[in-house]
Design a protein. Structure first.
Length: 109
């Protein structure tokens, strides 16, 4: 039987932050809150055609990427400022600086 290296055991409390840091960085709590409240912020018809995909920081600006059903992409591109205002109003702060649209193609809506 081989001996395991037990000379420097680590406590669980010292390991958890290093494990959770990348997870917290990837999935921010505000984005999670936005995703959970998406249907409360916008009307039902809107949420059927559009949903939040991810949020990331680029040049110190928070960018929200949303998925939109392809046939509604043009309409939603004209509504980006309205979407941004509603989200920032929900958070009562300037959380989103810019929104990008990613089209999704579906057969049945």
């Amino acid at each position: 039987m081989s001996k395991k290296n037990l000379s420097n055991p680590n406590s669980i409390a010292s390991i958890i932050p290093t494990i959770l840091k990348p997870i917290k960085k990837k999935f921010s709590t505000k984005f999670l809150e936005l995703s959970c409240n998406w249907e409360n912020i916008f009307e039902k018809d809107f949420t059927r055609k559009c949903s939040p995909l991810k949020c990331y920081k680029l040049n110190d600006k928070n960018i929200l990427e949303i998925t939109v059903v392809s046939i509604y992409a043009l309409e939603y591109s004209f509504r980006l400022e309205e979407i941004k205002k509603k989200i920032n109003c929900f958070f009562k702060a300037d959380y989103i600086d810019s929104i990008k649209i990613k089209k999704i193609y579906v057969n049945n809506i």
